[in-house]
Write a protein of this length. Structure first.
Length: 82
């Protein structure tokens, strides 16, 4: 759920940055600072989303490694008893 929220926020901020940029090109009010900060905030939220995905993947890989180690141990014990 947290990942979905950060993903949605990042896309909204990036879209808002594009709107601000177009508004500035047409001759509107937003400053360059506000445009840059909107893009940076969108990128930061996108990085948070990616970091969350990587953390979950690392956790799953660690659990899988533990399962393989226990499976190898079971096979070794089975071979000893034969």
């Amino acid at each position: 759920m947290k990942q979905n929220i950060t993903n949605i926020i990042s896309w909204v901020l990036l879209a808002l940055g594009i709107i601000f940029l177009l508004w500035k090109i047409i001759g509107g009010s937003p400053t360059e600072f506000s445009i840059i900060m909107t893009f940076l905030a969108g990128i930061i939220f996108n990085l948070m989303s990616v970091n969350s995905k990587v953390s979950r993947t690392e956790e799953k890989a660690g659990n899988l490694e533990n399962k393989f180690n226990s499976l190898a141990k079971d096979f070794k014990e089975h071979i000893k008893h034969r």
